[in-house]
Write a protein of this length. Structure first.
Lengths: 173, 163
C-alpha cells in the first residue's frame, strides 16, 4: 500500500535512526582494554625478584656436559678453586682434557704436572698466603668409588688436602 | 597507542601538565630483562662435600679423639667401627635386610654415637674415614659421606684404594 501523505523530515529521521539502531544491534564491536599499569607493575616485580634471587649465589661451578652428579643433603656452597672433572671416559682439569681415565691412572704425569702448575700459579698470585690446597672434584655418579679414591690420592699427593666433591643439593636417588 | 594520560581540564589557554609515558618500549625492556634472567638462571643448585684428607699431608692433625671408620665391603654391605684414642670401642657389620636399608642402619648407628658423645658433656671432634671397594659406585660413597656429615663429623676422608 502506498501512502499518499508525503514523508515528513521528522519521520524520515526517525526511520533512519531506527535502521541505525538495528545495524548496531547486529554488529557488536567489542573492545578489550589491557590494564598496562598492572602489567608493568607485575613485570617490574618479576625482574626485581629474579635479580634478587640470582644475585646471592656466591660461586658457580662450571658443569660438564654428560655428567650426572650424585645428590647430597648436607652439601656446602662451592668455593673458588680449580676443577677436576671425571666423565665416563676422560679426565679434565679446568675443562682441559688430560686423556682417558685408564691412561691417566696408568701414567699420571700429565695430571700431576697440571696440578703442580696450578699450585705454582696460585702461589705466585697469593705470595703472602699459604696454599690452602682446595680443589673441586666433579665426577659422574655411576663411576667406581675406587677410581675416585685413586684420583683423590693423586691430588692429595700434590698438596691438595682439601678435596671438595661436587654434588647436587637435595635428597636425590 | 598505549599510554597513561587523562583529558586536560581547565581553560583552553592553560597548557596541559599531564604528560604521556609511552609504555610499549618500557614493557619491551622489562620482557627482555625477564627472558634474559630466566635463560641465564642456574636451576640446579650445585654444592660440595669437603674432604680433609688426613693421610700424608701437611694438614694432618690428631685433634679428633673419636674416629669412625666405614669399610664398604660391597653394595649396602658395610663395617662401621668407632675408635677412641686409637682403640676400637664399638664395631658393627651393617647390611640391608627386609626390615631396614643399610643406609638407615648407619644413620641409626651414627645417632647412637652422637648421643653417646653428647651425653659425655664435652665437645668432642669426630673424624671419619671411608674405605671404598670396586663394587660400590660413587653415588653410594657420597651417600655415606653425606650421612656422616649430617651427624656432625667434622673431618671426612676417603682412603685411596687400589683395584
Amino acid at each position: 500500500m502506498i501512502l499518499n501523505t508525503p514523508l515528513k523530515p521528522s519521520l524520515f529521521t526517525k526511520r533512519l535512526l531506527a535502521r541505525k539502531h538495528q545495524t548496531k544491534k547486529t554488529k557488536r564491536v567489542i573492545v578489550v582494554g589491557l590494564m598496562l599499569t598492572s602489567m608493568v607493575d607485575m613485570f617490574s616485580l618479576l625482574v626485581i625478584f629474579l635479580l634478587q634471587s640470582f644475585s646471592n649465589s656466591p660461586e658457580v661451578m662450571a658443569m660438564t656436559k654428560g655428567i650426572v652428579l650424585p645428590a647430597a643433603v648436607s652439601a656446602a656452597a662451592p668455593i673458588d678453586a680449580p676443577l677436576l672433572t671425571v666423565t665416563e671416559t676422560e679426565i679434565l682439569v679446568d675443562q682441559k682434557s688430560m686423556g682417558k681415565i685408564q691412561d691417566v691412572l696408568a701414567r699420571p704425569e700429565a695430571l700431576v704436572k697440571s696440578l703442580v702448575d696450578m699450585k705454582d700459579g696460585w702461589q705466585e698470585r697469593h705470595k703472602t698466603e699459604a696454599f690452602k690446597g682446595d680443589i673441586h672434584l666433579q665426577a659422574d655418579r655411576g663411576l667406581s668409588s675406587v677410581l675416585i679414591s685413586q684420583l683423590i690420592g693423586i691430588v692429595n699427593s700434590q698438596g691438595y688436602a682439601s678435596v671438595h666433591l661436587a654434588v647436587v643439593n637435595g635428597a636425590g636417588k | 597507542m598505549a599510554g597513561i594520560g587523562g583529558p586536560s581540564r581547565g581553560s583552553g589557554r592553560r597548557r596541559s601538565l599531564d604528560g604521556e609515558i609511552n609504555l610499549v618500549p618500557f614493557i619491551d625492556l622489562l620482557s627482555m630483562c625477564i627472558c634474559f634472567l630466566l635463560m641465564t638462571a642456574i636451576w640446579i643448585e650445585v654444592g660440595s662435600i669437603q674432604l680433609h684428607q688426613l693421610f700424608g699431608t701437611e694438614g694432618m692433625d690428631n685433634n679428633h679423639p673419636v674416629e669412625v671408620e666405614v669399610r664398604m665391603n660391597g653394595k649396602s654391605d658395610y663395617r662401621v667401627q668407632i675408635e677412641q684414642q686409637g682403640k676400637v670401642i664399638s664395631a658393627m657389620e651393617i647390611r640391608s635386610d627386609a626390615t631396614m636399608d643399610a643406609k638407615a642402619r648407619i644413620s641409626q648407628f651414627m645417632a647412637q654415637v652422637q648421643n653417646l658423645i653428647l651425653s659425655s658433656g664435652t665437645e668432642v671432634q669426630v673424624s671419619a674415614r671411608v674405605i671404598p671397594t670396586a663394587t660400590v659406585d660413587y653415588a653410594e660413597l657420597i651417600t655415606i659421606l653425606d650421612i656422616l656429615k649430617g651427624y656432625g663429623v667434622s673431618a671426612l676422608a676417603v682412603v685411596p684404594v687400589r683395584n
